[in-house]
Design a protein around this ligand. Structure first.
Ligand code: CA
Length: 223
């Protein structure tokens, strides 16, 4: 999952970025409203964390412009504590959720997860049925037979994305767009390497290749 963080607090933002990366998000961080607005309109994000008090352009204006221009990425706004009118204005402008500052990082993570779940077109059935289960704290996967496999950060990100988008063809470039940060290594051939490593860990039948199209995560393999 790829996340855009727009926040000008230079103490809070790097800390949030670290926490978000630890649980498997690819995070791009931008410090002002103007660049932040542009960034979300040119790059595909799965979720955006938007501070409302930003230099350059206010978070509220940024959000209104996105919604007007057809950018419908889920947005959580960060508001000043006790500022109920900010929350109301933000929700009216098209925010999906809000969090008053200061907050616990765990609460933000929980809200991000809930929002992403709400926005998925398909439920991550494998996560629910327990057939294949991700352990976020240990960055590992528990397989159907109970075997626990340790994953690297990139394997974890990829598997998490696949689990949330099961039984659907995902092209290499789509996966690259959603798994890498902007300044990261974006060679889409690398995806192939990670897919093969995941197959060794979770079973070959789980990820099918569609030649010339991409990969499908099979939620209920028949073999
Ligand atoms: Ca601010």
């Amino acid at each position: 999952m790829r996340l855009l963080l727009i926040e000008d607090d230079i103490r809070l933002a790097p800390e949030l970025r670290r926490s978000l990366k630890r649980v498997g998000y690819a995070v791009d961080w931008i410090e002002n409203g103007i660049d932040g607005e542009l960034q979300a309109s040119i790059e595909p994000y799965d979720i955006i964390i938007l501070d409302l008090g930003l230099p350059g352009r206010s978070g509220l204006d940024v959000l209104q412009n996105w919604r007007k221009d057809g950018v419908h990425t889920p947005v959580i706004i960060l508001t000043a504590r006790d500022s109920w009118h900010e929350r109301v204005d933000g929700l009216k402008a098209g925010a999906d959720d809000y969090l008053g500052k200061p907050f616990h990082t765990e609460e933000l993570l929980a809200r991000i997860d809930a929002l992403i779940r709400r926005h998925q077109t398909t439920e991550p059935s494998t996560l629910i049925s327990g057939e294949l289960k991700l352990d976020e704290s240990k960055q590992s996967v528990i397989c159907a037979d109970g075997k626990i496999e340790q994953l690297t950060a990139m394997e974890y990100r990829l598997l998490r994305y696949l689990l949330y988008h099961p039984d659907r063809v995902l092209s290499k470039s789509h996966l690259t767009d959603h798994l890498y940060e902007e300044d990261g290594d974006r060679d889409s051939n690398v995806i192939e390497v990670y897919v093969n490593r995941l197959r060794q860990k979770i079973g070959k039948a789980r990820i099918e290749t569609r030649r010339g199209q991409g990969y499908i995560y099979i939620s209920h393999p028949t073999v």
